[in-house]
Design a protein. Structure first.
Length: 454
């Protein structure tokens, strides 16, 4: 059986439009282009260019225009190598435009983890103000991504989810298939106060596109997951869901992300589980301003490959970093912070896998858009139909009540004290029972009770 490999370039955190970047990038990019032919000899030809977010600095249209020009120049250099990879990206926190601080929906989204009614409306109502706020913040990114094909950047054919950046696609070669899942991990980072443990990736982001994600991944010979942030940025509760429902051990062969600007890789098995393997990309252009007024520049990228020979499977990563000699001359080199088995790449053996190729999950590439809007199964009543199945088809789930339904007794008592002998009008949804008594009401009731006792 012939060997089959799926290969990619992984870039992250360009931050195009960053203040002071222009003269520095005009120099650095030539060192990147000089390195491509050597890396191509070692790791090419590439099937994909993967960009794991923070393409620009502030999400402005003019920044995205500049990023497109940079991508076109990069693709021109790759084409000189007779290589024509597809492009896929997910957004980073710098690719969105932060809402106005007085935006009520944004203020409520900030309390995502403590407001179940906000979560329910965001996830179940496409026209909810919360969903609109998030999509509006990513509108420039979405417009940029959709414009890339017209600019000559060949996009990977994918099916998209309900958030910009959520997408699923695949590459097929020699009867083998690589599945690629991109998830938007940054949509809740709408303000500058967001920190480690604040973010959320919902399992609906995946199940909306892949109702049977586990079956689909089992059908593939390899699977890649792409986000912007590492999982440590998710809330504790969401991280538990991530580990069980989105990316349980063994589902994805590799999780690629960026955000932290420093390279990192690990392959971790806990108590005998399948290993979870990650690669954190360095920033392609990182300019860190330190407390003492100095700055630190971090530049790097990588190539990767998933390959099989018979039933043996292997992951290789070629990490690259920008080094400057004492004389001041810089160039891209292998990153020897990693243990490089052959002096240029890391090599990880993956557990053997036989793709199931079940007919229930086979699809033509690109994935049919019906995954987003599955056709309702025709219902035919028969004598064998279970009663609960019949009734289940007519079940209607009421939407959760608004925030006014959660008025606590403390707030009610505060309102009563403020009323004295005045009136308080309450507008309520059907089913909400609230009784507020004024001091006069209570006094009248006490007098009445005394009279009855006498």
């Amino acid at each position: 059986m012939s060997d089959t490999s799926f290969r990619w370039l992984h870039l992250s955190d360009l931050h195009f439009g960053m203040k002071g970047q222009a003269p520095l990038w005009s120099n650095l990019k030539h060192h990147l282009y000089d390195d491509l032919p050597l890396l191509f000899q070692q790791s090419g030809p590439w099937d994909l260019v993967i960009f794991s977010g923070d393409i620009v600095q502030k999400g402005a249209p003019e920044e995205f225009h500049g990023a497109t020009c940079a991508l076109k120049e990069l693709y021109g250099k790759i084409a000189d190598l007779n290589c024509y990879p597809k492009f896929i990206a997910v957004p980073g926190n710098h690719d969105l435009v932060r809402p106005d601080e007085k935006d009520m929906s944004a203020m409520l989204l900030k309390d995502w983890h403590s407001r179940p009614e906000v979560r329910e409306q965001f996830l179940t109502e496409p026209s909810s103000p919360y969903r609109k706020t998030v999509k509006s913040s990513l509108a420039n990114y979405q417009a940029w991504y959709e414009s890339l094909s017209d600019a000559g950047i060949p996009l990977l054919e994918t099916t998209f989810g309900f958030l910009p950046g959520d997408q699923v696609g695949c590459i097929e070669r020699n009867g083998k298939q690589l599945g690629i899942v991109g998830l938007n991990s940054t949509w809740l980072q709408l303000n500058k106060d967001s920190k480690l443990g604040d973010l959320h990736v919902d399992h609906l982001q995946l199940s909306t596109i892949l109702p049977d994600a586990e079956g689909w991944c089992r059908d593939n010979d390899f699977n890649l997951l792409i986000t912007h942030q590492p999982v440590e940025w998710l809330s504790e509760r969401n991280l538990a869901t991530w580990k069980k429902e989105i990316a349980p051990p063994g589902r994805f062969d590799l999780h690629l992300f960026g955000h932290m600007h420093e390279p990192l890789s690990s392959s971790l098995s806990i108590m005998g589980s399948s290993a979870v393997t990650i690669f954190q990309s360095p920033s392609l252009f990182g300019l860190e301003h330190l407390a003492d007024g100095s700055s630190q520049r971090i530049h790097g990228y990588s190539a990767g490959a998933l390959s099989n020979s018979g039933s043996d499977r292997q992951l290789r990563i070629w990490p690259r970093t920008y080094m400057v000699s004492k004389a001041g001359q810089g160039r891209m080199t292998p990153n020897h912070e990693f243990i490089l088995d052959d002096n240029v790449s890391t090599i990880t053996s993956l557990p053997r896998k036989i793709a199931t190729k079940s007919t229930s999950a086979i699809f033509a590439s690109p994935i049919s858009s019906t995954a987003l809007n599955p056709k309702a199964e025709e219902f035919v009543a028969t004598s064998s139909t279970e009663p609960q199945e019949v009734l289940g088809r007519f079940r209607h789930h009421l939407l959760p009540p608004g925030p006014h339904a959660f008025v606590r007794k403390v707030e009610q008592d505060t309102a009563v004290r403020a009323l004295d002998n005045r009136c308080l009008w309450i507008v309520a949804d059907w089913g909400l029972r609230v009784r507020l008594e004024t001091h006069a009401d209570r006094a009248s009731r006490r007098v009445s009770s005394m009279t009855d006792a006498a």
